[in-house]
Design a binder for this molecule. Structure first.
Ligand code: ZN
Length: 492
């Protein structure tokens, strides 16, 4: 049995050895076959390439074959070359394909060349991508967030905008971390923006107090003064928790400048101050004549007018410009006349171009007067008067704004109710001018007389006007800061 068994196992061994050899041969054969296939394939590819190289036109792209371009950007062609058997045929290449830079995506540009019926092509991929981060902006402070004490953050003071997705405010995730708020937003392309703000549960804003009346009030001696009613509101306190105190003395029995100060204090101690300015003017003096001269000074006329005024002992008002000699303004001021502000340029297209332009011009003449007299004049005469319509040409509605704004800035303006007509192109003689004035005087009102000290006829008329006034019981005065305003109706 042992033999059999040993024979048997020997036999088995032989068989298995034989089959292993067989298997080995088979593997070798398969490898050889595979090598041949690979060889033939490589040969085929080589031959094809060779064929292409020799018999098809060649295209070479410069730059990358895949290019990323930002959204709304533009791909600038990197260039290409084409040849056929050594001959440059680049000019025959046709570039096809469109890229929509307004839409994220992949776009293919095809470069095709055809030469004697043989065609080649290559492609380049343009990827339009959004690689810009979205922006988070805050209504208030960028770094600090103040939330009213004992209230919750309202999540209403930020905005997120992406150049591609547009408004993505609703995608903002807000988390409160220790002492700070974290804002995170991602656009559809995965670009992420994170911002932080420190949180304070504190009220730092004062209440808003609005007077129902103007911030500048003009009264006449003897008028009654009443405090203005007002509205208050606050970010953190209710109106009933806001305390308002009013201080400052107003004495309407005396001409002068007064202030009423309105102070509003919220629940958390923040204070807002609003100042109302009250000018108490002298009562209008019936029967008084205010001689007013515009457009000067001018050598040869203003000086003669000053001589006449001096000789007759009369004070007048000069609304000056930036022309003429300084010393005539100095002399008028020194001799007790009032210096008012007319305009620096007297160019309507400059003066009435805009509110800013008006005040720039006014500042120029104001600076001149201050430099010469050492006193800041608060008296204004608008070029053309406040009722002028010529300003409409340069700025619609400007007189309505200016007549209020000059008062807000502490000035007074004076129009006229008696026109000497001396500015009407030298049409009238000195006698006529004098009679235009004298025939319009009245004992029942203030007489604000418009004249121009640059006119030759005016200097000759002035003596006659003064003589008439004196003979008929009128008084002559210069305008002061408390002379009640004489104003015309605003038409623009
Ligand atoms: Zn003028």
């Amino acid at each position: 049995m042992g033999m059999v068994s040993s024979n048997g196992s020997k036999k088995n061994y032989k068989i298995s050895r034989k089959s292993r050899v067989k298997k080995k041969n088979l593997a070798q054969i398969r490898l050889r076959q595979f090598s041949i296939v690979v060889f033939l394939f490589v040969l085929g590819v080589c031959l094809l390439s060779l064929y292409k190289m020799i018999f098809l036109p060649r295209i070479v792209l410069e730059g990358e074959s895949v290019v990323e371009v930002p959204y709304l950007g533009k791909y600038k062609e990197d260039g290409y070359l084409s040849s056929y058997q050594g001959k440059d045929i680049t000019s025959k290449v046709k570039v096809k394909g469109k890229v929509n830079y307004k839409k994220i995506g992949e776009y293919t540009i095809t470069y095709e060349v055809s030469y004697h019926g043989r065609k080649s092509s290559k492609t380049r991929v343009i990827k339009v991508v959004d690689n810009k981060k979205p922006k988070i902006t805050f209504t208030g402070d960028n770094k600090k967030l103040y939330v009213c004490p004992n209230t919750k953050y309202l999540f209403d003071d930020y905005q997120a905008v992406d150049d591609y997705d547009g408004d993505i405010t609703n995608k903002v995730k807000v988390d409160e971390e220790e002492n700070r708020m974290r804002y995170e937003v991602k656009d559809s392309s995965g670009n992420k923006t994170v911002k932080y703000r420190k949180v304070f549960y504190k009220d730092i804003e004062g209440p808003k107090l609005t007077l129902d009346d103007s911030l500048t009030v003009m009264l006449v001696v003897g008028d009654e003064f009443k405090d203005s009613t007002y509205q208050v509101e606050d970010n953190c306190s209710s109106a009933k928790d806001i305390k308002v105190t009013i201080s400052g003395k107003v004495d309407t029995s005396k001409a002068g400048e007064y202030e009423r100060v309105y102070k509003a204090k919220d629940k958390y101690g923040n204070v807002t101050k609003v100042v109302q300015k009250i000018s108490v003017m002298e009562p209008s003096k019936q029967g008084v004549i205010y001689l007013t001269f515009d457009d000067g000074p001018r050598s040869g006329t203003t000086d003669i007018i000053l001589n006449v005024l001096k000789e007759k002992g009369v004070k007048a008002t000069f609304f000056v410009t930036n022309s003429g000699p300084d010393d005539l303004i100095k002399r008028a001021y020194d001799e007790g006349h009032s210096i008012g502000l007319h305009t620096a340029s007297h160019d309507y297209s400059v003066v009435y171009k805009s509110v800013d332009s008006y005040f720039n011009d006014l500042k120029a003449v104001s600076d001149r007067v201050y430099r010469i007299t050492g006193e800041k004049s608060m008296l204004i005469r608008f070029p053309g008067g406040s009722s002028n319509t010529i300003s409409k040409r340069y700025s619609v509605g400007i007189m309505s704004t200016l007549t209020k704004e000059v008062l807000n800035r502490g000035y007074r303006y004076y129009d006229w109710n008696v026109d000497s007509r001396d500015a009407e192109g030298g049409k009238f003689s000195a006698d006529e001018i004098a009679s235009f004035v004298t025939s319009n005087l009245s004992h029942d009102r203030v007489n604000m007389v418009l004249m121009h000290d640059i006119k030759v006829t005016t200097k000759d008329a002035i003596g006659k006007i003064i003589d008439y006034g004196k003979a008929n019981g009128y008084r002559f005065e210069a305008i002061t800061n408390y002379t009640d305003m004489v104003t015309q109706r605003v038409n623009n």
